[in-house]
Design a protein around this ligand. Structure first.
Ligand code: ZN
Ligand code: ZN
Length: 343
């Protein structure tokens, strides 16, 4: 079936290898899928147990046991689907022109710039702008105008810090600790989410659903660079938070002002963000405009039970809360002073 059986390379994915195998033997993607699929298992199955069968099938067909070590993004769909771009195909044309192979890192949704060539990955033919497809990777050319992928034009770009984070955690990774590496990357992406929301211009939807919003890769690099810069600079984060809190003048309560951020306040990946928010409120307590701060919200941000907050404030002056479950921001400094005294 396969007269030519190239050696698998540790930098390519299982898919990349099978596309190369198809190309070497003159098959189309549909033919290849039907060879590799068995009676019980489809080549495109996302079930982890099916992926093991597919690998075994490819080992038998090629005689290369190292197929087992190839990274298979489809195997991680169940646990880590947020990490991958299963619909968009992205490539570095310089990598393709030097090795004629694809890199497994290109499957990662947030890996956007080739770390070897400092070139932005391309997802469309640079001549006719047709989106790249898996069949284009088999043929290594545009399926519409036949321009070779190796000859497609790209832009020079410094890799953003999230792209490098992904690369660093998967460099020379072996099959044993891949789960651990994927979890770390996912944690970092989850931790970054509130910072993306802090970037002016409503960038979150674009970043989170690039396929729906047709965001260019350049745009996504820009968003990731800004989010990582905020994440690394906590003073900068606090300034942005204060801007956000002071901006929505027509919103009467903090939970309305910070509506987009509420899901991050109880997530373990967002501890740093929560601490910075608590600090921002505390250090700016005297300057804040008048709005309501729900005790439930303070409980989440400061990590102090509502009943404790209530008894602390009531012990100073029962008219501060006046029996209500919310505090006026003008009185937040009283609570802040109490917390500072305790710590
Ligand atoms: Zn490259
Ligand atoms: Zn084209």
């Amino acid at each position: 079936m396969f007269l030519i059986r190239p050696n698998p390379n540790s930098t390519e994915s299982l898919q990349g290898y099978t596309f190369r195998l198809a190309r070497a033997n003159g098959y189309r993607l549909s033919q290849l899928s039907s060879f590799v699929s068995s009676k019980s298992v489809r080549f495109r199955s996302f079930r982890p147990e099916d992926r093991v069968v597919i690998k075994a099938c490819l080992v038998a067909m090629t005689g290369h046991t190292s197929v087992n070590n190839l990274f298979d993004p489809w195997q991680h769909h169940q646990k880590h689907k947020e990490l991958f771009d299963y619909k968009r195909i992205k490539v570095c044309s310089s990598c393709v022109s030097t090795s004629s192979r694809t890199h497994f890192l290109w499957w990662f949704k947030n890996y956007l710039v080739c770390h070897d060539h400092q070139e932005i990955l391309i997802e469309k033919c640079s001549k006719c702008f047709t989106a790249l497809t898996e069949q284009a990777l088999v043929a290594m050319q545009c399926t519409k105008c036949n321009t070779l992928i190796s000859e497609m034009q790209s832009e020079t770009q410094q890799p953003d810090k999230l792209t490098l984070y992904i690369k660093d955690h998967l460099d020379a990774v072996n099959v044993v600790d891949i789960e651990c590496a994927l979890n770390k990357i996912l944690d970092r992406i989850l931790a970054l989410k509130p910072y993306v929301r802090l970037i002016p211009g409503e960038m979150f939807r674009t970043w989170h659903h690039p396929e729906i919003n047709e965001a260019s890769i350049n745009k996504l690099v820009d968003i990731q660079s800004n989010a990582m810069a905020l994440f690394k600079n906590r003073e900068h984060t606090k300034k942005s938070l204060l801007n956000r809190i002071s901006q929505d003048k027509d919103k009467l309560s903090i939970s309305a002002k910070m509506h987009d951020f509420s899901s991050y306040l109880s997530h373990p990946n967002n501890t740093q963000f929560k601490t910075d928010l608590a600090d921002t409120l505390r250090t700016n307590a005297k300057k804040l405009d008048s709005f309501d701060i729900e005790l439930t919200w303070l409980e989440k941000v400061y990590g102090i039970e509502r009943s404790k907050i209530r008894s602390l404030l009531d012990s100073i002056d029962p008219s501060i809360l006046n029996g209500k479950a919310r505090l006026n921001s003008k009185c937040l400094y009283i609570l802040s002073d109490l917390i500072d005294d305790k710590s």
